[in-house]
Design a protein around this ligand. Structure first.
Ligand SMILES: Cc1ncc(COP(=O)(O)O)c(C=O)c1O
Length: 410
């Protein structure tokens, strides 16, 4: 039987159109930035009007009362932990299958990250694993809504209440995701967002903490992210050890325009994600991640699926990803999702339980079979692909089918 030659071997690519670029921007960003350039508020710790507006609008979008813009979605985690007075001797439960910012924030406040397993179905923290990880030293849980899939917040909150633990939701990958009728970030003590370049709403770098807790918002805003000042305080009077983690007015100007696109784009990604879910689930060797319980809308920062090389004639995941990108006409639309669990990255010494760059500090690891499995089989497609037309979405499915036909017939 004649087989289609794969694009990576010089065959015709399945998709020959163009993918949406990312970031997406227009006149609105330019107009807003110009307004800021004409104003006296470029940056500094004085709140300009755009910063105030984006804080209010984004917090309200997240079903929260207060928003505190910050420099990125790592300091948002770190300063939230500091606000809860978590530090040396305290343990914070984190997932091992996420971005390194999560355990880094814990280590940067002097506390111990405890890696607990994820759920095989959602790739988010598994509440049963959280229970097993709790000790008298545990003070908080950082829950990540991985790839845009809301975690099991009802159970996490129940556990947290029972053990008097703080809950920080890491929403860096889940702008616009809805669980049980509410946006993520409003369930725990606070939600932490990132506006980094690849995130679903971006100012290049940037972040925000959202919360219903007025005292926490005030502490994070005037205190911890702005040199330990207090609202209405005197110039040069500093009330506590803090740092400078302010977002600039220029970034806020960009975010204002990005925010106006967020809801429409999130809806489009969710529709395209569903379409991909249904079709890819039919292909042997591909395991999809259907929306978890209570999920009204997936945030789709990434579209993730599990790849079984055994069903693809033994083709490695790396070769599959390269072949898929070639069929889609881009080098980086698909990628292996985190290729190792965080505690296997070079900074963590598993034998000595030491951390490079953090003398005297340590970490704990629970058994994490689901995270280990995901690190070997998960493939991601970046969110910008989900902003493409249906034909392009279908081309992803056709490409996977084509690669499987080739791999199985080798
Ligand atoms: C889950 C998660 N948490 C935190 C961060 C850190 O955000 P930032 O890059 O804005 O510091 C990222 C990504 O960058 C992330 O994916």
């Amino acid at each position: 039987m004649m087989m289609d030659r794969l694009a990576i071997h010089g065959g015709t690519p399945t998709f020959q159109g163009t993918w949406p670029k990312w970031p997406i921007w227009g006149e609105e960003e330019l107009d807003n930035v110009r307004t800021v350039l004409d104003s006296p508020f470029w940056g500094g710790t004085t709140h300009g009007p755009m910063l105030q507006q984006i804080a209010e609008r984004f917090a309200s979008y997240c079903d929260c009362k207060y928003g505190v813009p910050m420099a990125n979605g790592t300091v948002t985690l770190e300063l939230s932990l500091r606000a809860f007075e978590i530090g040396e001797g305290d343990e914070v439960i984190v997932p091992p299958y996420t971005f390194v910012a999560v355990p880094m924030a814990v280590l940067n406040v002097g506390a111990t990250p405890v890696f607990a397993d994820i759920s095989r179905e959602t790739l988010c923290l598994n509440p049963d694993a959280v229970i097993q990880a709790i000790t008298p030293q545990t003070k908080a849980i950082i829950v990540v809504h991985t790839a845009g899939q809301p975690a099991d917040m009802p159970r996490i909150l129940e556990i947290a209440r029972k053990h008097s633990l703080r809950v920080i939701e890491d929403c860096a990958q889940s702008h616009g995701a809805i669980l049980n009728g509410k946006k993520v970030g409003c369930f725990g003590d606070c939600g932490s967002y990132s506006f980094q370049q690849f995130k679903n709403m971006t100012s290049g770098e940037g972040g925000m903490v959202v919360t219903d807790n007025a005292e926490l918002a005030e502490l994070l805003d005037f205190g911890l992210s702005k040199f330990g000042r207090v609202r209405g305080g005197q110039w040069y009077d500093h009330h506590r050890l803090a740092t400078n983690a302010t977002l600039t007015e220029i970034q806020a100007a960009i975010l204002m325009a990005q925010f106006d696109r967020l809801e429409e784009q999130t809806g489009r990604r969710a529709k395209a994600g569903k379409r991909l879910l249904e079709s890819l689930a039919q292909i042997p060797g591909i395991r999809t991640y259907p929306w978890g319980p209570g999920t009204d809308r997936h945030g789709y920062h990434l579209f993730v699926f599990a790849y079984d090389a055994g069903q693809f004639g033994g083709m490695s995941r790396a070769d599959f990803v390269a072949a898929l990108n070639a069929e889609l006409g881009l080098k980086d639309l698909a990628a292996e999702l985190y290729p190792r669990t965080l505690y296997r990255t070079s900074m963590f010494n598993l034998d000595k339980k030491s951390v490079a760059g953090a003398p005297g500090m340590t970490f704990r690891v629970q058994e994490c079979p689901n995270a280990e499995e995901a690190s070997h089989c998960a493939v991601m497609i970046h969110q910008r692909a989900l902003l493409a037309k249906n034909g392009a979405i279908d081309a992803i499915v056709e490409s996977v089918e084509k690669i499987r036909r080739y791999a199985a017939g080798r």
